[in-house]
Design a protein around this ligand. Structure first.
Ligand SMILES: Nc1ncnc2c1ncn2[C@@H]1O[C@H](COP(=O)(O)OP(=O)(O)O)[C@@H](O)[C@H]1O
Ligand SMILES: [Mg+2]
Length: 255
């Protein structure tokens, strides 16, 4: 079997007395769209930060693209970071830069390419993310919520990553825009051969886009499987999340 692109073993994460993860083991397989779900504060974003080498767990092992990243130096992490695109929870674009400049940020950070080339590449990514070329000249506050997400996605794709992380990509979007964004993510997965790790609260999005879902809670993985499998599960924790009132509440909840 192919090597997982991310491999986590026995992850423990504590902040002071607070135990966020209490022994989590998880593989992300190449080419899949893996969704991470769980109540607000269940440690989804923290788990993602550990996968993208922004945070070291208190204990446990993390391998990213075949490399053990425990105690990795920033210099060693750099070539791995280039292969990873991230769209953060609040997907913030820099307000003082045009959309095109925003999309070019990772290229300026990681390459020595000339400004003209950076702009051209950024333009291609905007198009890939479904935005019109003229959008590049706008300021972030001139964009609708859906366009802002697409611009943040274009920025996450700037370095042609093989692994894409999305933290709550559809939060704040109306259902039609959320639907379109999921479609786009699936198309890009096909086109670019991406592996996608997506944190979401959005049940529609889970049914539409996720190959596999991991449910976090109480510091553990409470369930994992396709949505079909989880929807049929008799496990009380899984049932509570996917068919109880929280399933509906979670769609509008943040976190
Ligand atoms: N840097 C930090 N310092 C202290 N506590 C943190 C830190 N980051 C996250 N937490 C806490 O860890 C828990 C999980 O947070 P988070 O991963 O953001 O949850 P989720 O994304 O599932 O809503 C929360 O209780 C949060 O307050
Ligand atoms: Mg979060």
């Amino acid at each position: 079997m192919a090597q997982p692109v991310v491999r986590m073993r026995d992850i423990v994460t504590r902040f002071g007395d607070k135990v966020v993860h209490d022994g989590i083991s998880l593989d992300v397989e190449r080419g899949e769209v893996l969704a991470v779900v769980g109540g607000s504060g269940s440690g989804k974003s923290t788990l993602m930060r550990e996968m993208i080498m922004l945070l070291s767990p208190t204990a446990g092992k993390v391998e990213v693209l075949g490399h053990d990243v425990a105690g990795i130096s920033e210099l060693e992490a750099l070539p791995l970071r280039r292969r990873i695109g991230v769209m953060f929870q609040h997907g913030a674009l820099f307000g003082g830069q045009t959309v095109l400049e925003n999309v070019g940020v990772p290229l300026r950070e990681h390459t020595e390419l000339h400004d003209d080339i950076v702009d051209e590449l950024a333009q291609v990514k905007l198009t890939l993310a479904g935005l019109e070329p003229r959008t590049g000249a706008l300021w972030p506050n001139q964009l609708s919520g859906g366009m802002r997400k697409r611009a943040a996605l274009a920025r996450a794709l700037a370095l042609d990553p093989e692994l894409l992380f999305l933290d709550e990509p559809s939060s704040g979007l109306d259902p039609l825009s959320a639907d379109a964004l999921d479609e786009l993510i699936l198309q890009l997965r096909e086109l670019l051969g991406l592996t996608v790790v997506m944190i979401t609260h959005d049940m529609d999005s889970l049914w539409r886009a996720a190959d596999r879902v991991v449910l976090l809670g109480e510091g553990r993985i409470l369930g994992t499987g396709s949505m079909e499998e989880l929807a049929r599960s008799n496990d009380p924790d899984v049932k509570r999340f996917f068919s109880g009132p929280r399933a509906r509440g979670a769609q509008t909840g943040g976190g």
